[in-house]
Design a protein around this ligand. Structure first.
Ligand SMILES: C[S@@+](CC[C@H](N)C(=O)[O-])C[C@H]1O[C@@H](n2cnc3c(N)ncnc32)[C@H](O)[C@@H]1O
Length: 249
């Protein structure tokens, strides 16, 4: 009697015993070690020339669909595209009738490549805007480039520049995907592949930072996709509101 063919996943993955698992883990470690990780400013200086102001990979398409689903009506409103890069969300806000759109990013190369004006060269952790300046703050795929303390400072800055009742909407490479070995890589003009510095922030980390900044989470989205044969969350999208202050009387 002949045995049934092995399931495709078993053949493809090279077995399920401990030796095979160890070999795969070593291969993954080697592959990861081979890709150099660059600090964000250095990485985007290299990436800027090939970074269009639109979703340009599958992860960004998934992320953008969720961001736009949760984006409030921006018509007639003032909008900050924070860590705007080449201006993807600021340009969308402009097309949707925003009264005023401003960008901010700490990469001069990304700002030059992009079409968003005005745009300030500034860090998310120290914004050059007065308190209560914007009704909507959008921040796409950038907070994960900050270490934990800087992420908390950036969220506090978002709350400071938002008007009472305003909306903040931001997205991140999902921490689960990062902890499973996923990396944010790009191909530089010299043909080499690099990873961009990234720090996984759990939903609980964001929730604590958002609450500490006086905002309230009003929606969370974690779309699932198949990665290596398993359904995993690939991006995290959070919508928050700046809570109005009550005098208590
Ligand atoms: C993945 S890109 C996203 C760009 C844009 N938000 C989008 O969604 O198309 C991340 C951006 O975050 C910016 N960034 C990273 N760290 C920053 C910081 N500390 N302050 C301001 N911008 C930062 C980078 O320069 C880059 O333009």
């Amino acid at each position: 009697m002949t045995s049934p063919p092995a399931p495709l996943s078993t053949v493809w993955r090279g077995g399920t015993g401990w030796r095979a698992r160890l070999r795969r883990a070593l291969r993954r470690l080697k592959a990861r070690a081979a890709v150099e990780t660059l600090p964000s400013v250095e990485a985007y200086a290299l990436w800027a020339a090939a970074y269009p102001p639109r979703a340009h990979n599958r992860l960004m398409e998934i992320e953008q669909a969720e961001m736009l689903r949760l984006l409030p009506n921006v018509a007639g409103r003032s909008v900050l595209d924070l860590a705007c890069g080449t201006g993807r969300y600021g340009l969308i806000a402009g097309q949707r009738g925003a009264r005023r759109v401003v960008g901010a990013d700490n990469s001069a190369a990304m700002l030059q490549r992009g079409g968003l004006r005005p745009a300030a060269e500034a860090s998310m952790t120290a914004l050059p805007f007065a308190a209560n300046s914007f009704e909507v703050v959008i921040c796409g795929l950038a907070l994960g480039h900050l270490p934990p303390e800087a992420m908390r400072r950036a969220i506090a800055e978002i709350a400071r520049v938002l008007r009472q009742g305003g909306t903040a909407l931001f997205s991140d490479f999902h921490p689960y995907l990062y902890l499973k070995g996923g990396r944010r890589t790009f191909c530089a003009p010299d043909g080499a592949t690099y990873a961009v510095e990234h720090y996984p922030h759990l939903v609980a980390d964001y929730f604590a930072a958002i609450s500490a900044a006086g905002m309230m989470v009003t929606a969370i989205s974690e779309p699932l996709r198949q990665v290596d044969g398993a359904e995993v969350p690939v991006v995290l999208v959070m919508q928050c509101h700046l809570i109005a202050c009550f005098s208590g009387e």
